[in-house]
Design a protein around this ligand. Structure first.
Ligand SMILES: O=C(O)[C@H](O)COP(=O)(O)O
Ligand SMILES: [Mg+2]
Length: 420
C-alpha cells in the first residue's frame, strides 16, 4: 500500500448548479480558515499554515435532471453537475483526533447552500492517527483464537426473537445453539439491559451454559453481549462479561458514538463486535452522507474488531456490489505498519443460500456469518439450522454445488426446501 499522506485527505462526490471549482473552494474555506466573508485575520501567512486545499477536481459527464437535495438557493436545473473533489487539511489544525476529524471532514459542509448533493467517499489519514488510537486489539487472529475456529468463517447467529425472552429463555436457546455446533452468538441490538431481560442476569445465565458446554466439549462459543449504554454502564458490563469468562462484547456504534467507542476500546480486554444499526440514515441517499469505505476507517482505528457489512441478497435496500465492497474494505490495511483489519460480519436475511455467492465474491474465509432467522427458523429447529449453515459453508469453500451437497446432508436439504 502507498505511504500515508502528510495532510488529511477526503474525497467527495458533490452536486451543484454553481461552478464546481468555486463550490469546492467554498467547502475548503468553510472547513478551515475561511467564512462567508473575508476576515482581517485570515492573512496569506495564516492561510498558508491552516487553509484546506482543493487537491483534485473532476467534473463528471453524467447528466443531472433535478437537484438531489433541497436547498434554499435558486437552482438552475440545466446547470446542475456532479464532480469528484479531494480536499486536504494540515494535521496541525486538529491534531490526530478522531472526534475533531469528524467536524473537519464531515461537519457543516453537508448543509452548504450551493450544494444539492454531497457524499464523503473516502478519507486518508496521516501516520500520527495510527499512533494515537489502538485499532482492533484482537482483530481476525484474536477472534479466531478465542473462538477456536481456523480456516473457515465463524458460523454465527443472533438471539431471535430479538427481544421478549428473559435470561433463562435466552440461555435455553444458547444451549440448543451450542449443542448444534455454533461458533458465535450475538444479542440483537434491541436487547441490552431492559427490565424484562437485565444484562447481568442474562450474562450470568448465558455464560453458565457456555462455560458448561466448554467444560464438556472444549469448545467455548463466542457470545457478543450487547453492552450498549453510558460509559460507566459499559465499563461495568464489560468487567462482568470478562469475569464470567466471556469472550466478546457488542456495541451499537451510532448509539455509543465515537467518544463512547474510543473509551470502550481503550479499556476493553475483549473483542468489540461493532453493530452499525442506523447506518441507513447515513448512507441510503446516494448524494448524501457517507460511503462505508470512509466510515468504517474511523471505527476500525477507534478499535472495532468486527464490523457489520450487511449481507448478499439481504432484507435491506443495499445491493450486493456495495456489500462486497464494504466487506473487502474491512480487510484492506489502514496503515502499512498498522493494518487495523476488522472481521467483516455478514448479517441481515442471511441463510444457507448466500454462502456460495458470499465466498466467491469475498475470496476469503475471514468473516463472521450471523444468520438470525436463517438459523432459528430452520424447520428442524435452531440446532439443525446451525448444522445447515455449517454444511452450506463447507460446500461453498470446497467449491461443491449447494444442491449436490444437500443430497448427503439432510439439514442443508431441509434448509433449502424452506425459507431458512
Ligand atoms: O442484528 C442483526 O444483525 C439482525 O437482526 C439480523 O437478523 P436476521 O438474520 O434475522 O435478518
Ligand atoms: Mg438485529
Amino acid at each position: 500500500m502507498t505511504a500515508p499522506p502528510i495532510r488529511i485527505e477526503a474525497d467527495y462526490l458533490l452536486e451543484t448548479a454553481s461552478d464546481p471549482r468555486r463550490v469546492a473552494e467554498t467547502m475548503a474555506g468553510e472547513q478551515s480558515s475561511g467564512t462567508f466573508v473575508p476576515v482581517p485575520g485570515e492573512t496569506p501567512e495564516l492561510k498558508a499554515r491552516s487553509a484546506a486545499r482543493v487537491e483534485r477536481l473532476e467534473v463528471l459527464d453524467e447528466p443531472v435532471d433535478a437537484p438531489s437535495l433541497p436547498t434554499t438557493a435558486r437552482v438552475a436545473t440545466e446547470s446542475l453537475r456532479r464532480a469528484r473533489v479531494t480536499l486536504s487539511w494540515p494535521i496541525e489544525n486538529l491534531g490526530p483526533s478522531l472526534p475533531n476529524l469528524l467536524a473537519t471532514v464531515a461537519g457543516n459542509l453537508f448543509e452548504l447552500r450551493p450544494l444539492t448533493g454531497l457524499r464523503l467517499l473516502d478519507i486518508r489519514l496521516p501516520q500520527a492517527f495510527a499512533a494515537a488510537y489502538p485499532g482492533p486489539r484482537f482483530g481476525i487472529p484474536g477472534t479466531r483464537r478465542l473462538a477456536g475456529v481456523e480456516g473457515r468463517p465463524l458460523i454465527g447467529t443472533i438471539i431471535k426473537p430479538s427481544v421478549g425472552f428473559g435470561p433463562e429463555e435466552t440461555a435455553a436457546l444458547v444451549r440448543t445453539l451450542c449443542e448444534g455446533g455454533i461458533d458465535f452468538i450475538k444479542d440483537d441490538e434491541l436487547q441490552a439491559d431492559g427490565p424484562h431481560c437485565p444484562f447481568e442476569a442474562r450474562a450470568r445465565a448465558v455464560m453458565r451454559v457456555v462455560n458448561d458446554h466448554a467444560e464438556r466439549t472444549g469448545k467455548k462459543v463466542m457470545v457478543a453481549f450487547n453492552l450498549t449504554g453510558e460509559i460507566d454502564e459499559m465499563r461495568k458490563r464489560h468487567d462482568l462479561v470478562r469475569d464470567l469468562g466471556g469472550t466478546c462484547i457488542m456495541a451499537s456504534l451510532n448509539s455509543v458514538g465515537l467518544v463512547g467507542m474510543i473509551a470502550l476500546a481503550r479499556m476493553t480486554e475483549l473483542p468489540i463486535h461493532a453493530h452499525r444499526n442506523g447506518w441507513g440514515y447515513l448512507t441510503r441517499h446516494p448524494l448524501l452522507g457517507w460511503s462505508y469505505v470512509a466510515w468504517q476507517k474511523i471505527w476500525r482505528l477507534a478499535g472495532a474488531d468486527h464490523m457489520h457489512v450487511n449481507g448478499l441478497d439481504n432484507k435491506f435496500a443495499e445491493d450486493d456490489d456495495s456489500v462486497v465492497t464494504s466487506a473487502r474494505t474491512c480487510l484492506t490495511p489502514l496503515f502499512p505498519d498498522k493494518p487495523c483489519l476488522a472481521m467483516p460480519v455478514f448479517s441481515s436475511g442471511q441463510t444457507v443460500r448466500q454462502a456460495p455467492g458470499t465466498f466467491a465474491a469475498l475470496g476469503s474465509t475471514d468473516l463472521i456469518v450471523t444468520a438470525g432467522g436463517g438459523i432459528v427458523a430452520h424447520p428442524g429447529g435452531p440446532g439443525e439450522g446451525v448444522a445447515a449453515l455449517r454444511q452450506a459453508w463447507e460446500a461453498a469453500v470446497a467449491g461443491i454445488d449447494l444442491n449436490a451437497h444437500a443430497r448427503t446432508h439432510p439439514a442443508l436439504a431441509r434448509a433449502l426446501e424452506g425459507a431458512a
